[in-house]
Write a new protein. Structure first.
Length: 176
């Protein structure tokens, strides 16, 4: 997104959280950290956060996570742990114990592999298996989101610009 679009999104945050009084440097930092992302997805993510019962403005990390969820929803890669478990149960019915299912969602595939398909199918304690699966799935999905953010930022010019331009402290620069 452009610097202007990022500034408008930060202005939305300021309007939505009237008690939030960031410094000029803080506003510039928020805008700069949001620039690598798609403007539409960032705006939808911020709107979702504004509709949430948060009392305080979210840190940039929360916004970035919400943007990534928005991005994954748009591509069909985001699902709740409950939705993932429903796909596993469906696969148990249709694929069974002897064959290995394939899933479109990478986090779901990794979570099933972490527990082992045969263990999922045969464990008599379904409630414990479900709870264990859901924890692992959430962790895998979180890791997938962090990896995609890292990949995007590591190859992008905006992350290098930020390193050179972001203020670190009073009178300090990244090179000192």
């Amino acid at each position: 997104m452009t610097a202007t679009e990022a500034s408008k999104i930060v202005a939305m945050l300021m309007a939505g959280y009237p008690n939030w009084k960031p410094t000029e440097d803080g506003l510039r930092l928020y805008a700069k950290l949001l620039e690598p992302f798609d403007a539409e997805q960032a705006q939808r993510a911020v709107m979702t956060l504004l509709y949430s019962p948060r009392e305080f403005a979210p840190p940039v990390g929360v916004i970035v996570e919400a943007i990534n969820v928005e991005k994954q929803r748009a591509t069909g890669q985001f699902m709740s742990a409950e939705e993932a478990w429903a796909e596993v149960v469906e696969a148990i019915r249709h694929v069974g114990y002897y064959r290995q299912p394939t899933f479109e969602n990478e986090a779901l595939t990794r979570a099933v592999a972490a527990i082992d398909w045969k263990e999922i199918c045969t464990n008599p304690n379904v409630e414990a298996t479900r709870a264990h699966f859901m924890r692992i799935f959430d962790m895998m999905q979180q890791r997938q989101m962090q990896d995609s953010i890292g990949l995007m930022l590591s190859g992008g010019e905006p992350s290098r610009q930020l390193e050179n331009e972001a203020p670190i402290g009073r009178g300090m620069s990244a090179s000192t």
